[in-house]
Design a protein around this ligand. Structure first.
Ligand code: NCC
Length: 458
């Protein structure tokens, strides 16, 4: 299913030529830019009910148990090519509370205790605001180096991770010119992260598929000009970015990250929430009833197995999100609550692995943040990702809405988060001041011409 079948038939020289053209177009575009799981222990009852879901719609299973994950091996390799965009300038300028206090949740199933739970740098030393001052420019450049180094280190940490999802990805070209220089934005677009539709097989034949909304993911797509993605990072605390965030046409948030009480820093507008299957399933989040999940578009995801079919997924999701999804959809039939196609989540993982070249990334799904970016980019010409790549506000806190200190939330220990953020930096068109002092990364949807041809072949 997820075999990489593209390119093998194209002669390498032709691909090189196409990519060279793409590079030239991209360079011109940049110059023109004015501004810039845990494994739930399946009980026999749950397993039987899951199997039944394929046949009938009313399955009432509501179980989720937690096991901590182990972690994996990895070897370092190639140097990341992170572009600096000196031409870019910084462009400035709900009412909910968290369903639970996440700091009380321990241990983290998808966030193993890593060596890097403590911050090893002092971001305040690099803080400055005068972009015309040479000293500030130097500080920002040094901070950038430190952050990139930290991501690199996180990527190459020798981990003894299990391959829980049976990822058997084999790179096609490895270190080739094509793999290294094909624009990252195109790789993300071509992953085709999408929500499942009623017409998708096998859901077109299953009663469960009738639960999927008929509506599209976003209304009036043609009018969408700018989008903000608000990471849940602790460094948003005290950012005062709320007004800036609310100026965007679409505002994406994650899981149960609240706005109430944090409006000044994170804004109050929420258009869409990307939620992982833990949040849909665990009783403490009360997905089917909590006000935080009402009157917003929901895109829920669960990775399933790397090579699993959608039928397999229905019976072997990491967390059984289907039951609560069904309850939610029956309770709110007009809601826009979607399930993300798990195949597309793994295609995004492949894009990330392609970006990383011969250097292996963690064989776990990308974070909700990266999935959200890939889901949004095809619908939005310009995406501002807030405090995803950490700025000098970095404070070691996991979330802006909790006091938990854990820099693994920022630099990664289970998701391939460090690779995601290096790839996001590679896609960024904003200048270093915007990213590292103001916390705003800007990603533009690539032109179809830039991407040239469909790399994945779908
Ligand atoms: O923490 P989480 O992520 O909900 O954060 C949402 C997204 O914001 C970005 N982020 C967050 C914190 C931080 N310091 N830096 C960041 O860049 C990431 O892109 C992240 O995806 C998730 O991805 O769904 C995740 O969800 C939590 C958890 O399930 C929910 O918060 C509910 O409690 C996971 N934590 C645990 O499983 C304990 C986390 O690993 C991933």
């Amino acid at each position: 299913m997820l075999q990489v079948k593209y390119r093998a038939t194209l002669p390498a020289t032709l691909i090189s030529a196409l990519l060279l053209c793409a590079l030239i177009i991209q360079t011109q575009q940049q110059q023109n830019d004015a501004a810039a799981a845990a494994i739930p222990a399946a009980t026999p009852a749950a397993t039987a009910a899951k199997a039944q879901r394929i046949r009938e719609p009313n399955v009432m299973v509501n179980k989720a148990s937690v096991e901590t994950r182990n972690a994996v091996r990895r070897l370092a390799r190639s140097v990341f090519h992170v572009r600096w965009n000196p031409n870019e300038k910084f462009i400035v300028e709900s009412r909910e509370s968290p369903a639970i206090n996440s700091s009380k949740l321990a241990p983290h199933p998808r966030l193993k205790v890593s060596k890097n739970t403590k911050l090893t740098l002092s971001p305040k030393l690099y803080l400055c605001h005068d972009k015309y001052a040479e000293q500030c420019h130097n500080k920002t450049a040094s901070f950038r180096r430190r952050i990139v180094q930290t991501f690199e280190r996180s990527m190459s940490e020798a981990l003894n991770e299990s391959n829980h999802y049976y990822v058997d990805y084999k790179p096609v070209f490895g270190d080739s010119f094509e793999e290294q220089y094909y624009p990252s934005t195109c790789l993300v677009m071509e992953a085709g992260v999408r929500v499942l539709r009623r017409t998708d097989k096998p859901f077109n034949k299953l009663p469960f598929g009738r639960l999927f909304p008929r509506q599209k993911l976003f209304r009036n797509v043609k009018n969408i000009k700018t989008c903000a993605i608000v990471s849940s990072a602790g460094s948003l605390a005290g950012s005062k970015l709320g007004r800036f965030i609310d100026t965007h046409d679409i505002v994406m948030r994650f899981n149960h990250a609240p706005t109430r009480g944090h409006e000044v820093d994170v804004g109050s507008k929420t258009t869409i929430r990307v939620v992982n299957s833990q949040v849909v399933t665990k009783p403490e989040f009360d997905f089917a009833h909590a006000p935080i999940f009402r009157n917003v578009t929901i895109a829920a995801w669960d990775p399933g197995r790397y090579n699993g079919t959608l039928e397999d997924w229905l019976t072997s999701a990491d967390y059984d999100l289907f039951t609560n999804y069904e309850i939610y959809r029956r309770r709110y039939p007009k809601s826009r609550a979607f399930l993300i196609d798990p195949h597309s989540v793994w295609r995004l993982w492949q894009s990330l692995q392609m970006f990383a070249g011969n250097r292996s990334i963690r064989r776990n799904p990308p974070s909700s943040g990266f999935i959200g970016l890939a889901l949004l980019l095809p619908h939005c010409p310009q995406v501002d990702f807030v405090e995803y790549v950490p700025s000098t506000r970095l404070n070691g806190r996991c979330h802006y809405y909790s006091k938990e200190m854990n820099s693994a939330c920022t630099f990664g220990s289970w998701h391939p988060l460090a690779a995601e953020k290096l790839m996001a930096l590679d896609m960024n068109v904003a200048d270093d001041m915007s990213v590292f002092q103001f916390g705003i990364l800007r990603i533009r949807r690539p032109d179809k011409l830039l991407c040239g041809f469909n790399f994945f072949g779908y």
